[in-house]
Design a protein around this ligand. Structure first.
Ligand SMILES: [Fe+2]
Ligand SMILES: [Fe+2]
Length: 113
């Protein structure tokens, strides 16, 4: 699996879980994060497509609903952990690629939701 494929599925999952958190807590910051994850997903669709995108999206949506049942504080902790993972992924795999700089910037903002 190459980095574009991993990023594609990662962002599909990010969009799914972000949607769940937004649906549950209705915060403006969570809506913004959800919409940004969608743009990240769409960006990587320009490089790769996979039949796993929708299954990953719905699996992470379901996981997000379950996590949200544990409350907003737990959810925020999970978000920070996931965004840390995303940031490290981009720093390691797209170090040479300035075209994903805007995505990294978005992920850093998501740390503060
Ligand atoms: Fe993202
Ligand atoms: Fe993010």
């Amino acid at each position: 699996m190459d980095r574009y494929y991993l990023a594609l599925l990662g962002e599909a999952g990010a969009a799914g879980i972000a949607k769940a958190f937004y649906v549950r807590f209705k915060l403006q910051s969570l809506e913004t994060a959800y919409k940004q994850e969608l743009t990240h997903w769409r960006y990587f669709r320009g490089f790769r497509r996979s039949r796993l995108e929708m299954p990953v999206y719905y699996t992470l949506f379901a996981a997000g609903i379950l996590i949200s049942l544990l409350g907003l504080n737990v959810t925020k902790r999970v978000i920070r952990r996931l965004e840390t993972g995303a940031i490290n992924f981009y720093l390691q795999n797209f170090r040479d690629d300035k075209s994903v700089e805007w995505i990294l910037e978005d992920e850093r903002h998501h740390m503060q939701v």
